[in-house]
Design a protein around this ligand. Structure first.
Ligand code: KG4
Ligand code: ZN
Length: 341
């Protein structure tokens, strides 16, 4: 094909990702994770993540090139996550990308990690052809976005006013004695639980909140409710039904996320919803989104699980869209921005 070959590099958190993409076709997606090194601390330790990226970068790059059956000299442009994310972790990826861009004398694009999550979906179902509502749910962010083209600015419809959805999963996991990262472990525990056995609150869904915070989310009240419930059980000497608590918590998160995303589609007259980010890998979120979108006549686009969590192919996919729009490469002295909006 004549489409340019884009190399994508991702190091914003604890996954070192290197991907290769042409247009919306994925050729390679190599990921190395330092998640096991962080597990005993109950969360990502920034310095540990940075060192792990430094160690994993070159081997992961070679794995990606091998997987695609190409050489570095075949790469036409490089995209790298400039932010948001952990400052030191981002610097490892951007340093590597700058060095590679010099070595192969090709343009370099510093791109937004969050938009990369949305761009990942294009590797699944092709380029977006009309505006979509994106439900972006990760460890650091929870936002409803209106996106017409991933290479152009997205419109922020709403977002969390406290914890991100993934953060809530991670905190609740800790509370009920499940390992980090909480999301997958809660999902697994919830499979044996009854989601209707406990009714946890749905954040920002009261009539009053729906006027002021229509497309916003809040998970801190839910977190407090789960903590109180567990404390009460422990005080009464009752064994905590971990599976039921996990299922009821997961149900509350999935309910609010999908309810507000569908509402945004309906009220903004948008026919397509895109799920993106690590929490979009959650089976209950996916099922409920599918069910509610079908009911509302909304087309649902969601990437496979490996494209939901952090990876390099999503950054390459965004790079491909940016190159296709003929946007200017980043200046040679561009910096990382850990709080890039
Ligand atoms: O997008 P991501 O890989 O990294 C960030 O950009 O933050 O998201 C990581 C988050 C973590 O909080 C993790 O617990 C959550 O996504 N996660 C899940 C699942 N898999 C990952 N949450 C719920 N269910 C899952 N199956
Ligand atoms: Zn992410």
């Amino acid at each position: 094909t004549s489409q340019p070959l884009i190399l994508g590099i991702e190091t914003s958190c604890d996954e070192t990702g290197v991907g290769l993409v042409r247009g919306t076709t994925m050729l390679a997606n190599a990921v190395a994770s330092s998640v096991d090194e962080h597990a005993r601390f109950g969360g990502v330790v920034p310095e540990v993540a940075s060192r792990a990226h430094l160690e994993a970068m070159t081997p992961t790059l070679h794995r990606a090139l091998d997987e695609a059956g190409v050489g570095l000299e075949d790469v036409d442009a490089i995209a790298v996550t400039a932010g948001p994310g952990l400052a030191g972790a981002l610097m490892v990826g951007v340093s590597a990308a700058k060095a590679l861009a010099i070595a192969v004398d090709k343009p370099l694009y510093g791109v937004n990690h969050l938009v990369g999550h949305v761009a990942a979906e294009q590797l699944e179902n092709g380029a977006l052809t009309e505006p979509v509502v994106a439900l972006l749910v990760s460890g650091g962010h929870t936002e409803l976005l209106e996106v017409s083209d991933v290479a152009s600015a997205a419109k922020l419809l709403g977002g969390t006013i406290d914890d991100a959805a993934g953060e809530a999963f991670d905190k609740i996991a800790r509370l009920i004695g499940l390992p980090y990262p909480g999301g997958p472990h809660i999902q697994k525990a919830a499979a044996d639980g009854d989601p209707s056995s406990i009714r946890f609150p749905r954040g920002l869904t009261s009539e009053r909140d729906m006027t002021r915070h229509r497309y916003d989310f809040s998970f801190s009240g839910l977190k407090t409710a789960v903590a109180r419930w567990v404390e009460t059980a422990e005080r009464d000497g009752v064994p905590v039904p971990v599976a039921d608590v996990a299922a009821a918590f997961q149900e509350s998160v999935a309910d609010v996320l999908t309810r507000k995303a569908v509402l945004a589609c309906q009220e903004r007259d948008i026919g397509t919803m895109v799920l993106a980010g690590g929490v979009a890998a959650n089976a209950r979120v996916r099922d409920l989104a599918r069910e509610r979108c079908a009911e509302a006549g909304i087309e649902l686009r969601q990437p496979r699980l490996s494209l939901c969590t952090d990876n390099g192919a999503m950054i390459a996919a965004l790079g491909a869209a940016v190159v296709e729009q003929n946007l200017e490469p980043s200046a040679p002295d561009f910096a990382t921005d850990s709080s890039l909006p």
